[in-house]
Every structure is written in C-alpha cells, then in structure tokens.
Ligand binder design. Structure first.
Ligand code: C2E
Ligand code: MG
Ligand code: MG
Ligand code: MG
Length: 281
C-alpha cells in the first residue's frame, strides 16, 4: 500500500513537473512581450524610521499583471528572467519607472523631498555589462538626484572579489548612488565582503525578525548586526516587521529603520502618493 502511494505520488510529481516545464516555457515566452505590452508594474513599500514612524523611502517591487495568470509576484518570474538577457531589460525598465516616479514625488510633495527609492538588483545584472549604463540612463531621464537612488544587492548575490563586480559597485558609488545589502544574514554570509564593500544600508533578513522580542538568540543576532552596521557607517533596516513586539525590539536593539506589513504592504503608485500629503500649491 505504501508502495502504491509512493508510485501515485511519483506519477503526480511527473505530471506536476511536466506542467511546470510547460508553464515555464509559456511564461518565458510571455515575459518577452510583457515589458513592451505594459504588463509590468511597480509597487512601492514604505521604509520607516523606528524613532518616529516617518516614511523615509520606498522599496520598488515589480509585479506582472499576466493576461491569463493574473497578478504574479517576482518569485514566479525573476528567476526565469535571470536565466536569459531578459533580466537586463526588466531591470532597466524598473529603474526608469522607479527613478521617474520618485523624481515626481520629490518635486511635488515637500514631505517627499528627501525620500529615497530602493531598487532590487539581481546578481546577474551586477555580473553583466548593462547595469551601470542603465542606472545612468534612468538618472538622466528622470533627473533624480543620484543619492535618492538606493540599489539593493543580495548578500549571496555578489562576490566582492570579482573584479568586474567590484568595479561596477565602485562606479555606482562614484555616481553618488547608495547601496544596500539585502537579506543580510541569510544565505552565504560573508563578513569579508562587508569589509571590502562600500555600503550605506544593511537590511536584516526576515528570518531574524520573525521571533524578534520573543527569542533571545535572534535578539542577540540583531543587536550585534546593528552594532556592526553602525561601525561600518551603515543605517540598519529590519525587514518583515509584522507585529508591534518586533518593532519595539528592533528599536530597542539598535536598528534605525524598518519595513514590513505593520508599517505598510507594497502600495500602488496612487496609494504611495497619498503618503506624502498635499502637493505643492
Ligand atoms: P526583497 O527585496 O527581500 O523584498 C521583500 C519581500 O518581502 C517583498 O516580496 C515584500 O512584499 C515582502 N514583505 C515585505 N514586508 C513583509 C512582511 O512584513 N511580511 C512578509 N511575509 N513579507 C513581507 P516580493 O514583492 O514578493 O519580492 C520578493 C523578492 O523579489 C524581493 O525580495 C526581491 O529580491 C525580488 N524582487 C522584487 N522586485 C524586483 C526587481 O525589480 N528586480 C529584481 N531583480 N528583483 C526583484
Ligand atoms: Mg529588497
Ligand atoms: Mg529583503
Ligand atoms: Mg530577497
């Protein structure tokens, strides 16, 4: 009986796999058309100051309104895009959208005048030749101050020893763009990379935030990372704050900024615009 069940599951798995592969090919095909057909959209999730809850910036998160599959989250298609040159097209599009939108908000709303927009960068973009020109183009077209752009890089995603990646990061810094290490502490932690990299923000991964204020080991990790970040001249962001307990602990343990459903979910352009209050008269 157990054997039958196993076989049943294997058959199911094969069917699922076939479907998945078919689905992937379909998605890859569709993704090529998505940018041109205006199916991609950027949502903006606020980043707040722990001291007073004020919104200091927004993280741009891409969504795909697929004609058949509905609203797709990045987990469904970023990996696919990374397997081809599509990531560079998608990345450039997100940069132009985000920089232009933030430039408009900063110009119109006194409360947004100092705000930053944070854009996620895939490791594949860092390894390729297109990122620096895409950033320059987005800043030029939008007129956004370079310091208002933060690029989020996943810690596991780059190898600071790679001379090309190191050069790209330095050139970005020379432009005045700021850098964040995303999902810090998850994946391949390498403190050696921190030593070499000129970063402005450390974003502590959600896995350490989940039990914050309830698990002394996580509290310890977060307080040590906050101290490390400050020592390196970074602002420290706690990601994935959903409850007051976590927010209070992040503040007590020395984090500067926070992000998560407690403050706000990712917002549409219209919803995010309403954060800034009245426009200039
Ligand atoms: P990330 O950069 O670490 O972004 C944070 C993710 O956590 C987002 O998921 C966000 O919606 C979610 N999140 C925020 N607050 C909370 C919370 O309190 N609780 C929980 N459970 N989740 C929260 P999302 O939008 O699905 O994005 C997933 C990942 O996709 C991002 O992780 C980022 O690595 C990648 N991504 C998103 N947009 C882009 C993009 O334009 N380009 C590239 N290359 N990657 C992107
Ligand atoms: Mg991010
Ligand atoms: Mg993250
Ligand atoms: Mg991530």
């Amino acid at each position: 009986e157990a054997k039958n069940r196993r076989r049943g599951r294997a058959a199911l798995f094969d069917a699922g796999l076939r479907e998945e592969i078919g689905g992937r090919m379909e998605l890859e095909h569709d993704l090529r058309a998505a940018v041109a057909q205006g199916q991609l959209r950027v949502e903006y999730q606020p980043v707040g100051a722990l001291a007073d809850g004020r919104v200091v910036g927004l993280e741009a998160l891409v969504r795909w309104d697929h004609p058949n599959h509905g609203r797709l989250l990045p987990a469904r298609f970023i990996g696919l895009a990374e397997e081809s040159e599509l990531i560079s097209t998608l990345g450039a599009w997100v940069l132009v959208q985000s920089c232009s939108q933030m430039a408009r908000w900063r110009a119109r709303h006194p409360q947004a005048a100092e705000a930053f927009v944070a854009v996620n960068v895939s490791p594949r973009q860092l390894e390729g030749p297109d990122l620096l020109p895409a950033v320059e183009e987005a800043l030029r077209r939008s007129g956004l101050a370079p310091s208002a752009l933060v690029l989020e890089i996943t810690e596991s995603g780059f190898v600071a020893e790679d001379p090309h990646v190191a050069k790209v990061l330095e050139d970005l810094r020379d432009l005045g763009v700021r850098l964040a290490i995303d999902d810090f502490g998850a994946g391949y932690s390498s403190l050696g990379q921190l030593k070499r990299l000129p970063v402005d923000f450390l974003k502590i991964d959600r896995v350490f935030v989940e039990e914050l204020g309830a698990n002394p080991r996580d509290d310890l990790v977060v307080s040590v990372v906050a101290e490390l970040g400050h020592g390196l001249g970074c602002q420290v962001i706690a990601e994935g704050i959903e409850e007051e307990r976590q927010r209070a602990a992040a503040w007590r343990l020395g984090c500067d900024l926070y992000q998560g459903y407690l403050l706000a979910r990712p917002l549409t352009v219209r919803q995010a615009g309403a954060l800034w209050g009245p426009a200039r008269g």
